[in-house]
Design a protein around this ligand. Structure first.
Ligand code: HEC
Length: 109
């Protein structure tokens, strides 16, 4: 009875469209972090601040540009996990990069 299958197909379509929409809304929704500094502190600094338990290099003492920071954040490297746009959106990532570049400090001898 082909006629009877329509409502279910339609319901599935509406549901799928609704879910896709909810996902889009979530990605452009209000950002998780209000500033680059906050995102840096919550997402990156535990591995990159150069304190004794930090596993990654101290980024504030390196020379990085935004492209390099973005590349590592999106792809990960060795023990560093990759961060998807759902975890750290593009705007936030630019602000993290701006924060790291603006707070650069020469390593103490
Ligand atoms: C769980 C710990 C961890 C977190 C969280 C983390 N990283 Fe890393 N990151 C590392 C490690 C370890 C390395 C060195 C990787 C290697 O040797 O291949 C690294 C390397 C890097 C490098 C390259 C440094 C160099 O001189 O080679 C950049 C840039 C970087 N991370 C940026 C970030 C940013 C931006 C964030 C936050 C979005 C972040 N990382 C979060 C662990 C982490």
């Amino acid at each position: 009875m082909p006629g009877k299958r329509w409502p279910a197909t339609l319901a599935a379509l509406v549901l799928t469209a609704g879910m896709a929409h909810a996902q889009d809304a979530r990605l452009d929704d209000s950002r998780m972090f209000s500033t680059g500094e906050e995102a840096w502190n919550k997402v990156c600094s535990r591995c990159h601040s150069g304190h004794e338990n930090s596993v990654g290099p101290n980024l504030l003492q390196g020379s990085y540009d935004e492209d390099i920071i973005r590349f590592f954040a999106r792809h990960g490297s060795g023990p560093m996990p990759a961060f998807t746009a759902a975890m750290v959106d593009d705007t936030t990532l630019s602000q993290i990069a701006a924060y790291v570049i603006a707070n650069h400090k020469e390593p103490a001898e």
